[in-house]
Design a protein around this ligand. Sequence first.
Ligand code: LLP
Length: 420
Amino acid sequence: TLEGSPAVRRLTAWEPTRLESLAGAYGTPLYVLDLDRVRENARRLESAFPDAEILYAVKANALSDVLETLHGEGVGLECASAGELRRAVAVTDSGADVHYTAVNPPARDLDIAVEAWEEHPELTITAGAEDTIDRLEERGYDGRLCLRVNPGIGAGHHEKVQTGANAKFGVPAERAVDVLADAADRGFDVVGIHAHVGSGVSSDQLDAHREFVSRMGELARSVTEAVGDLEFLDIGGGFGVPYREDDAPLDLEAVADATREAVGDVDAQLTIEPGRYFVADAGVLLTEVNTVKDARETTLVGVDAGMTTLLRPAMYDAYHPIRNLTADSSDTERSREETAQTIAGPICESGDVFCADRKLPASERGDLLAIGNTGAYGYEMANQYNSRPRPASVVIDDGVARLARRRETIDDVTRVERES
Ligand code: LLP
């Protein structure tokens, strides 16, 4: 049943009246993130991977409150840009357990990363191209260097997030030994190898995971033999979470077992860097219905969040569970009939749709909807298309809600022009 499915259970666990009062206090659209759930997710990862070093992929949700919470849990931080690195260093005040993964890094990013290293020499920089290594050397960097390889195998929830087989990421694994031997000769402190197979890997892709980690294990052994000891073997993130009503939760123990089997004998610290798994199911997006109309085949329900607020449905056809909180909380009212609804935002694009023909209790103008599992890659991918300000974010910490990031105003959107 729907109630029994993990994705929906998380959404129905939210108290409707609580969310209604947050929407009343802070307006909609509004992201709400439960930091207590983030901590629980961290503990589940720690218990499945007790011997691994665990980093959080900041890109999933870079809110300082999230970074502080996870830093407090002893989780390190993996950063994809200078901006994320600045955030990570501000939170940790150290470079230890902070990795900067450079993907075709702009010069400005490398300048900032090298500056951060001068202040915090424990920082690790992961290069995904020989050019990046050269460019680090030009800047006087001879610190901790990890090499990102392209393992030639991908997995994940959508073709657009299968990084392991995509030529953009990493140095082909077969060239890794040469590249690392050369880097060691040039004085870099070679500490690790890294790869990321893709994002949103589910239990039915366990075979791909197994193949991926066993290739990484093999590579780690050849690097150790030809170049020298490695401190760590980083197998990236990608652990999936259930979104659809009938999605099974990821069997974390099975992933951990398969990983240990493939790399348990490698003499290097196993490192993982999930993003989504920590935060996805800790977040909901609240949005208000402003339009209900008959649109031939379906009922069109217009809401105040759109693809600028939550891009995943438009970009990957991603499914998110949706709940009508008003219909659920007003139990004294007549019960609402279920109808097929297409829920769409205010953006001038026909792809600005959260779901098509989904059966939900009949929506009415003024209803509050909750879109579930939006704690990962939700606010992070929000943008200002159509000159639309980004929404506010509220966090719940130890049961207490507070504003973590105010709503942008139209003035915020135009300020950078006025200041030019
Ligand atoms: N490490 C590296 C090097 C990555 O590129 C990524 C994700 C991660 C770790 C974390 O992956 P996770 O555990 O969160 O799956 N916007 C897409 C996801 C893009 C992920 C890109 N890289 C989405 O909304 O599904």
